[in-house]
Design a protein around this ligand. Structure first.
Ligand SMILES: [Fe+2]
Ligand SMILES: [Fe+2]
Length: 212
């Protein structure tokens, strides 16, 4: 059974619940980016037939999720707000092999990391959906998240299965261990924001230099 290396404290739910519309807007952008990322994998790996058909399915599902989230947001009187850089995914991609400037012979390594990073992002979303479904006081929103759990659970497993179809099991296991630890390290240090992939770390106060 796959496990994340850092468990989100339950208090995260109470903090994001202060602004459900902001959470939904951020979540909608996550779904949209998941669909775009699945399409980008197709563009970069056109000859990997299994990957192409699965990514086409994922892209379709993520766009459906986007539509569901955006619809709920509108029904609640909100609207999508402009997306802002996401420190979670940026650190994860930047600190894995995917973020390196790669020569052609390293493309292979990039794909392995890309698949495993995607699996981790899906697994973290799954953890957050579980927390929201269980602990939100807003029961309508809680049920909304409960309904999204099965798809997210399939997605996080599917990216790992694809990695295993493309690479030797031992290599996948080794990289998965590293990226799982990396993801936990990143999340545990992220400051709080009303976002699907935020953390709860205290914001470091930088003291201004006082001239003597
Ligand atoms: Fe989704
Ligand atoms: Fe997903």
């Amino acid at each position: 059974v796959f496990r994340l290396s850092f468990a989100t404290p339950v208090e995260w739910v109470a903090r994001v619940e202060t602004d459900p519309l902001a959470l939904l807007s951020d979540h909608a952008h996550c779904e949209l980016k998941a669909a775009a990322s699945a399409q980008a994998l197709i563009v970069k790996n056109p000859s990997r037939t299994a990957l192409v058909s699965r990514m086409a399915e994922i892209a379709r599902e993520e766009i459906e999720h986007f539509a569901l989230v955006a619809k709920l947001l509108t029904a609640r009187g909100g609207a999508l707000v402009a997306d802002t850089p996401n420190p979670y995914t940026e650190s994860l991609l930047g600190r894995s092999h995917y973020g390196r400037v790669c020569a052609d012979d390293a493309r292979d390594e990039m794909l392995l990391d890309r698949l495993l990073v995607s699996s981790l992002i899906e697994a973290r979303s799954l953890e957050r959906f579980h927390l929201l479904a269980t602990h939100l006081a807003d029961r309508e929103l809680a049920e909304f998240y409960r309904a999204l759990i099965p798809a997210e659970s399939m997605h996080q497993a599917l990216f790992r299965e694809l990695a295993l179809e493309c690479y030797p099991a031992e290599r996948v296991a080794r990289r998965l261990e590293t990226i799982t630890a990396l993801e936990g390290d990143i999340v545990s240090k992220l400051p709080f924001a009303v976002r699907m992939h935020s953390g709860l770390a205290p914001v470091e106060v930088v003291r201004p230099l006082v001239p003597r």
